[in-house]
Design a protein around this ligand. Structure first.
Ligand SMILES: NC(=O)C1=CN([C@@H]2O[C@H](COP(=O)(O)OP(=O)(O)OC[C@H]3O[C@@H](n4cnc5c(N)ncnc54)[C@H](OP(=O)(O)O)[C@@H]3O)[C@@H](O)[C@H]2O)C=CC1
Ligand SMILES: O=C(CO)COP(=O)(O)O
Length: 320
C-alpha cells in the first residue's frame, strides 16, 4: 500500500516521519523551492525544526505523487482543505483519503469528512485525530490517537498501516463524533488559555474544561454521534492535552487574549474559525453552546475576557 502525506506543515511532517518507520512514504508539499530545500537538508526548519527526515521519506512537489498513492493523509488546515481538494481533484479521485485536520469550515459549517464527500463524492475516507503534538510524534514519544472510519474493514487496514511502535491508533466507526471532538476541543482550549492568561486561576480552567466537555458531548449527540466517543481520545483526551499545554497554539492564542497581547496571524489556530462556525450553526439550530459563543465573541473582539467570564457566570443556575 503506497502512502503519501499532503501538506508538510508540523503535523504532516511528523506523520510522515512516524509512518516511515514501517514503510516508505511520500511527503508532498505545494512549493517546489521548499520541497527542494526539505529534500536537501532533511529537516523542516520552518514548521518542525530539529526533527530529521529518515531516508524512507520521498519529498515531492509533483502532483503526480498524489495520484500514485493508494492512501493520502491530508494534513492541511481545515479552512484550506476544500481548496486543496478542488485544486487536485483529478489526482485524488479513487484514492483513500485520511483527513488529519481538526476543525469546522467557516463558510459551510462542515467538518473534514463532509468537505471531502462534497468535493470527491464516493471517496473512501477516514479521519486521524486525537491527542498528539507534532513534535512528540516526530521524536517518537508515546502517543495514542483515533483512526475513525465508517467502513470498519478499511479502518482496520488503515489502523495497521499507520500505527507504529510509538504511535498507537485506536479504531472507531464514529466519524461524526471523532470529528466534532477534534474540532471543539480547540475552542475550549482558547477559552482555557484566556482564563489562565487573565489570571482567573486553575479552578476556572477546570470548570471550563468540564463544562466544555459537556457542551461538546451534547452537541455531538444531537448530531448523531455516540457520546462515548467524546469521552475517548478524540474528545476528552485531546481536550485535556490542548487545554493544559503551552505547546498548543489554540491554548497560546487564548493566553494572548487573556494577557491582552498580539498573536501572529500566520500561525495555524483552528479553534478561532471553528468557534465562529459552530456559534452560527448553534444559534441557527437553537443549540445551547455558551463557551463556544464567548470564544467566538473573543476572537471577533466583541467581548474582552472579563466580560466573557461575567457572561458565563451570570447564566441562570441549573442542574449539572
Ligand atoms: N501541529 C500539531 O501538533 C497537530 C496538528 N493537527 C492538525 O493538522 C492540521 C495542520 O496543522 P499543522 O500541520 O500543525 O499546520 P502548519 O501551519 O504547521 O502547516 C500547514 C501546512 O498546510 C499547507 N497548506 C496550506 N494550504 C494549502 C493548500 N491549499 N495546498 C497545499 N498545502 C497547503 C501549508 O503549506 P505552506 O507552507 O506552503 O503554506 C503548511 O505546510 C490542522 O488542522 C491541525 O489542527 C492535528 C494534530 C496535531
Ligand atoms: O491538536 C493538537 C494536539 O492534539 C495540536 O493542538 P494545536 O493546534 O492547538 O497546537
Amino acid at each position: 500500500m503506497k502512502v503519501a502525506v499532503a501538506g508538510a506543515g508540523a503535523f504532516g511532517t511528523a506523520l510522515a516521519i512516524s509512518i516511515s518507520a514501517t514503510g516508505p512514504v511520500t511527503l508532498w508539499l505545494r512549493d517546489a523551492g521548499e520541497a527542494e530545500k526539505l529534500d536537501t537538508t532533511r529537516e523542516n526548519a520552518r514548521r518542525l525544526p530539529g526533527a530529521r527526515l529518515p531516508d524512507s521519506i520521498t519529498v515531492s512537489s509533483d502532483a503526480r505523487a498524489l495520484a500514485e498513492a493508494d492512501v493520502l493523509l491530508l494534513a492541511v488546515p481545515m479552512q484550506k482543505l476544500r481548496g486543496f481538494l478542488q485544486d487536485h481533484r483529478a489526482q485524488l479521485a479513487g484514492r483513500t483519503l485520511v483527513a488529519c485536520c481538526k476543525g469546522i469550515e467557516l463558510e459551510t459549517g462542515q467538518g473534514p469528512q463532509d468537505v471531502i464527500a462534497d468535493v470527491l463524492p464516493g471517496s473512501p475516507l477516514a479521519l486521524l485525530t486525537g491527542p498528539g503534538f507534532a513534535r512528540d510524534i516526530a521524536i517518537g514519544l508515546p502517543t495514542a490517537m483515533t483512526l475513525a472510519c465508517a467502513d470498519a474493514p478499511l479502518g482496520e487496514v488503515l489502523q495497521e498501516r499507520l500505527s507504529s511502535v510509538t504511535l498507537r491508533l485506536y479504531r472507531s466507526t464514529d466519524v461524526t463524533g471523532a470529528a466534532l471532538g477534534g474540532a471543539l476541543k480547540n475552542v475550549v482550549a482558547i477559552a482555557c488559555g484566556a482564563a489562565i492568561g487573565a489570571g482567573l486561576g486553575e479552578s476556572a480552567r477546570a470548570a471550563l474544561m468540564t463544562r466544555g466537555n459537556a457542551e461538546m458531548t451534547r452537541l455531538a449527540a444531537r448530531r448523531g454521534a455516540d457520546p462515548a466517543t467524546l469521552s475517548g481520545l478524540s474528545g476528552f483526551g485531546d481536550l485535556v492535552l490542548t487545554c493544559t499545554s503551552e505547546q498548543s497554539r489554540n491554548y497560546r492564542l487564548g493566553l494572548s487574549l487573556g494577557q491582552g497581547d498580539g498573536f501572529d496571524p500566520a500561525v495555524t489556530v483552528e479553534g478561532a474559525a471553528t468557534a465562529r462556525a459552530m456559534d452560527s450553526a448553534a444559534r441557527a439550530a437553537g443549540d445551547d453552546m455558551p463557551i463556544t459563543a464567548v470564544v467566538a465573541a473573543l476572537v471577533e473582539n466583541r467581548l474582552d475576557v472579563p466580560q466573557a467570564m461575567r457572561h458565563l457566570l451570570s447564566r441562570s443556575l441549573k442542574e449539572e
